[in-house]
Design a protein around this ligand. Structure first.
Ligand SMILES: [Cu+2]
Length: 184
């Protein structure tokens, strides 16, 4: 099971748990006089809030360190790829791209199991830079914005051909805006 499925499962379990707790408290509040064991309904509510806070704190503690913003922050990338998105393709190069005279780019090959860095920008409008594996699963992504350079670090675990798709509607050619690179 990969970590994303694990996180999803944790969230689903927590949602079910919170739902069950809420239902239990709702049921027990329907006829408080009938149940002599409930001396003070506020105590139950307080207990529920404490439990809810504990569950939320645990979830935050598990998921925040897995936030992609911290991924590979302490590892120097072994390869740098410059990406300039432009209606309607992606120009990729190992060298910085001159925005005034963008070249056609070059075909990119990246090493497996090593951190690499994409420096993504746009030459016209906002685009998305989504990387898909050979099973068409989204691996990682960032936005391509004119005037900004977004750094995307990743370590590819599987060799193969990865496809890049634009993830933001950028004009009539958006559906065909794609590119690819090889990891080996
Ligand atoms: Cu697009």
């Amino acid at each position: 099971m990969n970590e994303y499925k694990f996180i999803l499962l944790v969230f689903l379990d927590a949602a079910i748990l919170i739902g069950l707790l809420g239902y239990y408290i709702y049921k027990s509040s329907l006829n408080p006089e009938g149940d002599k064991s409930i001396k003070n309904p506020l105590r139950k509510r307080f207990f529920f809030l404490i439990m809810l806070s504990a569950v939320l704190l645990i979830l935050l503690a598990i998921t925040i360190p897995k936030s992609p913003y911290f991924l590979f922050a302490d590892k120097p990338p072994s390869k740098l790829v410059f990406v300039d998105a432009k209606q309607f393709n992606f120009i990729m190069s190992y060298q910085a791209i001159n925005p005034k005279n963008p070249s056609a780019g070059e075909s990119i090959e990246l090493p497996v199991d090593q951190p690499v860095e994409f420096r993504v920008t746009s030459l016209d409008v906002n685009h998305g830079f989504g990387i898909y594996n050979s099973r068409a699963e989204l691996v990682t992504q960032t936005q391509a914005m004119p005037g900004y350079v977004n750094r995307l670090r990743w370590e590819f675990k599987e060799p193969g051909t990865y496809k890049i798709l634009c993830l933001e509607y950028c004009g009539l050619g958006h559906p065909v805006m794609s590119s690819s690179f090889i990891v080996k």
